[in-house]
Design a protein around this ligand. Sequence first.
Ligand code: SF4
Ligand code: SF3
Length: 544
Amino acid sequence: MFCYQCEQTAKGQGCTIQGVCGKPPEVAALQDLLTYALKGLAVVAAEAGKQGTVDREVGRFASRALFSTLTNVDFDPQRFPPMITKAVELREELKAKLPGVAFPQDAANFQPGESLEVMVEQAKDYPLAPAEGERADIIALQHTTLFGLRGLAAYADHAAILGQEDDAVYAYIYEALAAMVNDELDLNGWVGMTLKCGEVNLKAMELLDAGNTGTYGHPEPTAVPLGHKAGKAILVSGHDLMDLELLLEQSKDKGIYVYTHGEMLPTHAYPKLKAYEHFYGHYGTAWQNQGKEFPEFPGAILMTTNCIQKPKGDTTEKIFTTGLVGWPGVPHIAGQGRDKDFSPVIDKALELPGFPSDEDKGSVLCGFGRNAVMGVADKVIEAVKGGAIKHFFLVAGCDGAKPGRNYYTEFVEKTPADTVVLTLACGKFRFFDKQLGDIGGIPRLLDVGQCNDAYSAIQIAVALAGAFGVGVNDLPLSMVLSWYEQKACAILLTLLHLGIKDIRLGPSLPAFITPNVLQVLVDNFNIMPITTPDEDLKAILGEA
Ligand code: SF4
Ligand code: SF3
């Protein structure tokens, strides 16, 4: 196997024996073959689009299939062969609608083997490995685009579940994958295609924002308890709001309290979700701590999206997956959209002991989405103009297990008292419970939401820039980002598409970027690696 799509890739180069994430070679192979099959589907779908044939089922399928290959989503080999076969079926159905059009590309004619084992063998011909020599930079940009697409597809899938779709998003997925097959673009062409991934991802995140806020209302500043109530318990992790809603609806009046884990924390701020009285609090921290935190949870656990890890201890007995998440042997709640029955999760929670007594562990504030922040924009602008707020930091992105990630905790702790920290995504668990105080009633730590809410943070930045009559790059705002998986790649590409400069990125730079590609990013966007919190703070605040 070879996989280098995430930040924890082995030796900073690539996982070759087994994924550091736990992905076995068999799953890596099937994901490579699925990617190849999707490229073939995309060649035909792109041509169909040009001729006016648009089939949203194909777009939804392609999004789900790409999302399945994202880090820490699906580790179950059995789930991939049906997707590979389906990609080829959809491809042939589309071809039938295009009589007279020739598709000579191998990917557009590929036939999958009849068994999982044969498919694993077939995949050996289609590895996603870096190239050497003059092809190295083009392949690096193709892979950057592919990994960005996987993130974009995750957002498009979340949005589609909530009824928000745009054919332009699906059209770009086909365009980019087909370009990898046709391989006609030069280096500049691939730089453009990569940045376009960021542009289209902004659209996908906008759709998701419309889906989330349109269905559940705009997040409101909300104090979320970190303790628990005596009683049966269900823990929900991942990013999918509709799964959470369905579970809340199906588990009400049963003596069960529902808690969030990881990226589900910000869901407490949505009016239609917080209206459920048994939606109580937040348990634990970020995804990489589930090995310790899940065995200690005395109830059932539901994983709605990434990041799942190998269940440890008694977790195997009480964990469930749904949507695109999969782990071999872990029961899966099937169904799509509103058609899901969470009774097995609820029954398991009723079987398990739950928490024996109430415990108060304080609370954290969340819910500072664009609507809430813009609601106090006058106050914020006044505080900046009057000198009470000197600088904003967006300290955002993914968490992970590496010790270097303590940088983000230390960075936030060391930000001066006249600065405000905006945060989003699971990286916030490095500092989410720090008491940073407030500036004239404006909390110094503002949780914008999930990684999915990067759109909201961008809107806040754009609104502030508008209020001050400057560009986003001229605002007293610095972005200090942490990345781990491919949704972070997509968001980073969006920021670059918007022309945002001086981003600090860590804890390490992507393995799939070549020195030349990095130089393009440095020359055009002045992107830079993080150093130490002290040095970076000094440089940002002009005291270097
Ligand atoms: Fe390795 Fe990351 Fe790929 Fe997992 S997703 S196999 S950790 S590079
Ligand atoms: Fe986290 Fe997996 Fe990236 Fe949503 S849950 S941000 S890592």
